[in-house]
Ligand binder design. Sequence first.
Ligand SMILES: [Zn+2]
Length: 263
Amino acid sequence: MRLSLPSFRKNQNKGARTALSKKSAKTNTCEVSQDKAFPPFCSKFLLCVLLSISLVLCLQGAPFVAWGDESQDAQETSQAEGNENQDNSQASSQDQSETEDPNNKVYVNQLSDSSFLYETAIADLAEADSYYEGLTVLVKGEVVGDRVNDEFREDTCWITLQDDEENPSVVAVFMTKDQSSVIDTYGQYGKVGTQLQVRGTYHLECSEHQGMSDIHAEEVSALQEGYEQNPAPNMRTFGLAIVACVIGVALMAAYYIKRERML
Ligand SMILES: [Zn+2]
């Protein structure tokens, strides 16, 4: 087909226009597609933000506890390791002291020393025989009664120790007033005395104190403070007393009535 120049130009322009329009349409479609593609991108971004926020929230929750456990475990293990190291160091130091210190050795030829009785029961001392004479004893008991001043030495006194409330045995202890200052309560009705631990020399028949059995204290320490105790009334005894009073009143009334009738 033969076309004239103007018509060719026209056609060319037309083609260019159509191309431009197509291009613009393409760009438009591209823009449109970009506009359409933006919301998914935006939603992905939002999803990512939400996920990261939820991850942060989760990390602030349970995982911290897990980490805490891990750190605790780590601490424990480190402590255990530290203890092991300490033990090892102690053992090594002991080994060193055993090997290096010539004075720290067991003296194998040492004779047995029976002059000390560890934790003697007061009940045993109450039934003591001459074996206990002059032995160093360690007794524990409650301070009962009053402190009695010694008549010869002003700075000394006597106290009484009792071992058991159910089946009480007592022992007299001779001590200085300074030593007795650790006693805060002397046991009596409604009061439980100080629990005392006394280490001293036991005398079955003390030559210094008219042949009485006593302990001359060397070291006195309080184990437990005394306290007040209000014992609850025994309801059985109380009931029996009321019944006895009622019977007594009834018998007295019967006696007076009978005497009136006899007169
Ligand atoms: Zn004595």
